[in-house]
Design a protein around this ligand. Structure first.
Ligand SMILES: Cc1cc2nc3c(=O)[nH]c(=O)nc-3n(C[C@H](O)[C@H](O)[C@H](O)COP(=O)(O)OP(=O)(O)OC[C@H]3O[C@@H](n4cnc5c(N)ncnc54)[C@H](O)[C@@H]3O)c2cc1C
Ligand code: FES
Length: 259
């Protein structure tokens, strides 16, 4: 059985919302306690979270795992629509259903320096295992001053975090892609996570500089375990399911025009 597709019953867990830290009106850091601990998790792996045992909302929502401890995991959740609004409104103590860990995670390239480029909540997988302590360079881009709470919070978790904003009010004026020019194709690789537009531009810049890059795609998902074909993306190797073949793909393999 493939690493990404363990028995489904092993993936289902009940969780309790243990803590909810509100970073902003629409941004939450959640700690979920699970009775049985999750196994080792790679940066980029995710869980499908359901807020309710009832039928509505029927489908779980995918979130990157950004912290893992003995009997708890952490998620950074931005309110995007109905499911995330319901999740954000839950009080601590609420029971949730969790499916995961799912997906493949970013591949470590030994002997290469890894530069993590994130847009807004795309920082989540790079918070996971103290990547900064392992010598990874982490860059976070934000659209503007509205995102200052995320910048402050993430800077507290990642010493040396490089910050960028479009309006220059947080960190360097610009975006994390500005670092690509300074990288060496022989010794550097990129991991990217964030909005699709950013990942598309990341691929374009990496092709120009010859830098290899892997990106985590935020495709809409229904099952998270390969059963519904709802998350298929076109790649140079044919159609791939984001939930089980991804969410991490080599950037140059993704057919960006279809996303
Ligand atoms: C592998 C993976 C990891 C993710 N990790 C995180 C994370 O760590 N933190 C976080 O806040 N969000 C993350 N997302 C995005 C998150 O899953 C969506 O924001 C969420 O599913 C929206 O649900 P909703 O019911 O609130 O919104 P809906 O009402 O379903 O949709 C509201 C808006 O969000 C868009 N949307 C819906 N699903 C997605 C999606 N999967 N990706 C991007 N946009 C979407 C819709 O197109 C629509 O514009 C991740 C997505 C994937 C696939
Ligand atoms: S979400 Fe169902 S196959 Fe990927």
């Amino acid at each position: 059985m493939c690493r990404n597709e363990p028995g489904h019953s092993q993936l289902e867990r009940e969780a309790v919302l243990a803590q909810k830290e509100q970073l902003d009106d629409n941004l939450f850091f959640l700690t979920l306690e699970t009775a049985d601990p999750l196994p080792h998790v790679e940066p980029g792996q995710f869980v499908m979270l359901r807020t309710s045992p009832a039928l509505d909302p029927l489908l779980g929502r995918p979130f990157a795992i950004c912290g893992l401890h003995q009997s708890s995991l952490e998620l950074l959740v931005a309110v995007a629509g109905r499911g995330t609004r319901l999740l954000a409104g839950l009080p601590p103590g609420e029971r949730l259903s969790l499916r995961g860990p799912l997906g493949n995670g970013f591949p470590v390239q030994t002997g290469r320096k890894i530069h993590c480029l994130a847009g807004t909540t795309g920082i989540a997988p790079f918070l996971l295992t103290g990547l900064f302590e392992q010598g990874f360079d982490i860059h976070l881009g934000l659209p503007g001053i509205k995102w200052k709470p995320l910048a402050d919070w993430a800077s507290g978790k990642i010493p040396g975090l490089h910050l960028y904003s479009d309006d220059g009010k947080i960190g360097i004026t610009g975006n994390p892609l500005m670092c690509i020019d300074k990288l060496d194709p022989e010794s550097d690789v990129i991991w990217g996570c964030g909005p699709t537009g950013m990942l598309k531009a990341l691929d374009r810049e990496c092709r120009k500089s010859g830098i290899r890059a892997w990106v985590s795609l935020e495709t809409r998902m229904a099952c998270g375990i390969g059963g519904c074909h709802g998350c298929v993306v076109r790649t140079t190797g044919g159609p791939r399911k984001t939930c089980t073949d991804g969410p991490v793909f080599e950037a140059r393999e993704v057919c960006w025009d279809d996303i």
